[in-house]
Design a protein around this ligand. Structure first.
Ligand code: NAI
Length: 327
């Protein structure tokens, strides 16, 4: 029997945590042959609710669930951790400036990065979900100098899946016919969902839709889908966000299908003119447990402008957290 993999979920008592934990425990994060031990990290006020979730995990009698630990101490949570899903974050409240938001989140992600650096297992893989996800991942990574930077990633898979869903609905094809779609840049309104390199039924996606739809409907709809969900559902995206986190880690660990790619925010190596070091979304494949940026794609002028604009926003966020002494 394989030893259980230690999976840390921060913000475990929150909404996404509730949608995520049962799927992890059922084997959907790592696969049906891998037992997991869950580590739930919460702030002190969240610990009791996390204990309640743990009772329900027990009541689910998951064969793959080797145990559940609950703590408000990041050092304990990340000791020996193999996978970290960093979901808990400080949301933007009314009247909060971007600088305040970044600073408040620095107060969460820097200590968690230090705890990861101090005690995580050698194969630690981090996915940051809590917003601003890309820059929170950069803060955590920079607080963990002994962990390879490529182990810190941020989630744009929800944006990717939203884009696939929109295109499938538009062309009335199953989602399985859609390949090679890319989200570039920041998990924010500047993100760029790219259909110029995407394929539907093996043919260019951009050529199967009219340009006005692509530019004036599709792109803003994907980028603002979070707001649409809040308006229609009366609450933010939760189950779809948890689903995307599962997809991201599953593909990272188990590999992406031959001949296709997905989107994930990973540290830039300068590819496609995205400044080195920022954690930006790219077209990526995973092989042997490591993400690789897909090379050699054609970038037209329209795409160039949008990729640059989102990268510029990420550079500004990086410079702002640097000025706060968080990098
Ligand atoms: P929530 O408010 O229901 O849950 C957040 C939980 O985090 C709370 O239980 C809170 O006690 C906990 N928490 C706060 N600070 C913590 C800390 N320092 N350590 C451990 N736990 C802490 O929020 P929800 O709906 O679960 O969303 C979580 C985050 O995910 C938000 O930042 C949200 O903006 C983000 N998000 C990101 C998406 C993406 O595509 N990247 C999509 C949807 C949400």
């Amino acid at each position: 029997p394989t030893a259980p993999v230690n999976v840390v979920v921060t913000g475990a008592a929150g909404q996404i945590g509730y949608a995520l934990l049962f799927r992890i425990a059922s084997g959907q994060l790592l696969g049906p042959d891998t037992p997991v031990r869950l580590r739930l990290l919460e702030i002190p006020q969240g610990v009791k609710a996390a204990e309640g979730v743990a009772l329900e995990l027990q009541d689910s009698a998951f064969p793959l669930l080797a145990g559940v630990d609950i703590t408000d101490d990041a050092t304990k949570a990340f000791d020996g951790a193999n996978v970290g899903l960093l979901v808990g974050a400080r949301p933007r409240t009314k009247g909060m400036e971007r600088g305040d938001l970044l600073e408040a989140n620095g107060g969460i992600f820097a200590p968690q990065g230090r705890a990861i650096n101090a005690g995580a297992a050698d194969d630690i893989r981090i996915l940051v979900v809590g917003n601003p996800a890309n820059t929170n991942a950069l803060i955590a990574s920079s607080a963990a100098p002994d962990v390879p930077a490529e182990r810190f990633t941020a989630m744009t898979r929800l944006d990717h899946n939203r884009a696939v869903g929109q295109l499938a609905a538009k062309l009335e094809v199953p989602v399985t016919e859609i390949h090679k779609l890319t989200i570039w840049g920041n998990h924010s309104a500047t993100q760029y969902p790219d259909l110029y390199n995407a394929e539907v039924n093996g043919k260019s996606a951009a050529e199967q839709v009219d340009e006005a739809w692509l530019r004036d409907e599709f792109i803003p709809r994907v980028a603002k889908r979070g707001a649409e969900i809040i308006e229609v559902r009366g609450g933010s995206s939760v189950a779809s966000a948890a689903n995307a986190a599962i997809d991201h880690v599953y593909d990272w660990v188990n590999g992406t299908p031959e001949g296709d790619w997905v989107s994930a925010a990973i540290p830039s190596d300068g590819s496609y003119g995205v400044p080195e070091g920022i954690i930006s979304s790219f077209p990526v494949t995973s092989e042997n447990g490591a993400w690789k940026i897909v090379q050699g794609l054609d970038i037209n002028d329209f795409s160039r402008e949008r990729i640059d604009a989102s990268a510029k926003e990420l550079v500004e966020e990086r410079d702002a957290v640097k000025a706060l002494g968080l990098l």
